[in-house]
Design a protein around this ligand. Structure first.
Ligand code: F0G
Length: 444
């Protein structure tokens, strides 16, 4: 769809930001000029997706649309059993209601925030074991999303009996949209299986990850994305997916599984929480849009333009002297707020300050991925910052043009030039889980 956008005046933006307690999630979308809050559900559907949507079969059970959806997922992931869900976190909720409980440990390269929250909600402990390069915003490495296999094996040696499942997020959203290599996925899968642990892939951005594998990994350049994806999933026992990303749909998700017993065990929870086995909280028309979207997401011309656009955006920011996480990831450019605002203490949330500044100065919305999202307090109430202080500028699929992104790069450049005028924030309200969505701030 083509949407009208308009830029509110500076006075209006200041007022809206204050009314939102400086949390950009709370700003009406209409008042945002370029919205880079997320690439999730915000893509523009293609002509073929809209056409498929009109053919949605809304029968309750085993609708025609279910079969189209199932065929599409199975042909890409090669897994026999599929449970649809209304979005990724619902799939996670169903999976972890089965696997997570007190005493259980679930490692990953980096868990995404909803994944971590679902694990912790059921009493388990979520552990991040990304390679050390993945924690340094300026280290160059082709696969910064890789799991540290030594750390993973050490953990397995000590705790295997408490680890029912290990995750791997592709691409690694929390760590900068960084890819995981085919080799790392293979070795993680093999290691898990040696210890009797199930290996699951958080597949939200699997197509972008496969594109990086094709471009960066030896001996993969002549293979199609489809072939690479098949191999990626061949090492896993299952996958969770938010179809709002590489399904290029506005809503939807699923769990894909190899094991019939596990499918049966999760089915009850699916029916209770989401809906019957063949629609899982989605309309038939959504299933149709996802079926087509998944296939479009693995085509090379789409991926060249998708990942190429993000790389160009990163280059514009670099040339404007804005510090970014390197190399640029698959779906977003991440601004390094700790470097951009060195005068703001970590406990006063430099990335929150940068995210508020982007809206105030240019009507641009990004998302804080720093100590608001991942900071913690220890038992004594001491502040423990997140590993990195980032503002993610996620680019919706097939929506913005180069000039929108150039505008954003120019806004960021102005902020960098006047950095000393920006101050930190303190939290005046927060919820115990996923606080970043509803948190309220006051300027320090
Ligand atoms: N896993 C990853 C890696 C994600 O990025 C997301 C969502 C989810 C799971 C959950 O999926 O939103 O469909 O429930 N990420 C969005 C984002 C919200 O902005 O990165 P969901």
């Amino acid at each position: 769809m083509v949407e009208r956008i308009s830029l509110k005046s500076r006075e209006e933006r200041e007022k809206l930001l204050k009314e939102a307690y400086f949390n950009v999630f709370m700003i009406p979308a209409e008042a945002v000029f370029v919205d880079l809050l997320t690439d999730s559900g915000t893509g523009a559907m293609s002509d073929r997706q809209w056409a498929a949507l009109m053919t949605g079969d809304e029968s309750y059970a085993y609708a025609k649309s279910w079969f189209n959806f199932y065929e599409s997922v199975k042909s890409i992931m090669g897994m026999e059993y599929v449970l649809p869900a209304h979005q990724g976190r619902a799939a996670e909720n169903i999976l972890f209601s089965h696997f997570s409980k007190k005493g259980v440990i679930i490692p990953s390269n980096n868990h995404f925030d909803t994944t971590r929250a679902n694990i912790e909600f059921f009493g388990g402990t979520a552990i991040d074991l990304v390679i050390k390069e993945g924690e340094d915003p300026h280290k160059i490495h082709p696969f910064k999303g890789n799991i540290d296999l030594n750390k993973l094996e050490d953990l397995f040696k000590k705790e295997a009996k408490n680890i029912p499942i290990c995750m791997c997020t592709i691409t690694n959203n929390t760590g900068g949209g960084q890819p995981v290599s085919l080799e790392n996925i293979k070795m993680t899968g093999e290691l898990c299986h040696r210890y009797g642990i199930k290996f699951f892939i958080d597949a939200c951005r699997f197509a972008e990850n496969c594109y990086f594998i094709k471009k960066r990994e030896k001996e993969q350049e002549n293979r199609s994305i489809e072939e690479i994806a098949k191999e990626v999933f061949s090492y896993a026992d299952g996958a969770t997916m938010s179809a709002k990303k590489d399904g290029i749909a506005n809503i939807g998700g699923f769990i894909a599984l190899r094991d019939k017993d596990l499918y049966d065990q999760l089915s009850e929870s699916l029916i209770l929480k989401e809906g019957f086995l063949t629609y899982g909280g989605l309309a038939g028309r959504d299933l149709e849009a996802i079926a087509v979207g998944l296939k479009e997401a693995i085509t090379m011309d789409y991926l060249e333009s998708r990942v190429g656009q993000i790389e160009n955006f990163g280059e514009m920011l670099r040339q404007n002297g804005v510090s970014i996480l390197e190399p640029v990831g698959g779906h977003a450019v991440y601004l390094d707020a700790a470097e951009i605002f060195p005068h703001i203490k970590r406990s006063e949330f430099p990335a929150q300050s940068l995210s508020a500044a982007l809206y105030e100065e240019g009507g641009v919305r990004g998302v804080e991925i720093g100590s608001v999202m991942f900071g913690r307090e220890d038992e004594n109430g001491n502040f423990i910052p997140a590993t990195m202080e980032l503002v993610r500028l996620a680019v919706p699929r097939r929506v913005y043009t180069e000039s929108h992104l150039r505008y954003v790069a120019d806004v960021a450049s102005e902020i960098v030039k006047n950095k000393n005028k920006y101050k930190g924030y303190r939290i005046v309200y927060e919820s115990p889980f996923l606080r970043h969505f509803t948190v309220r701030f006051a300027p320090v």
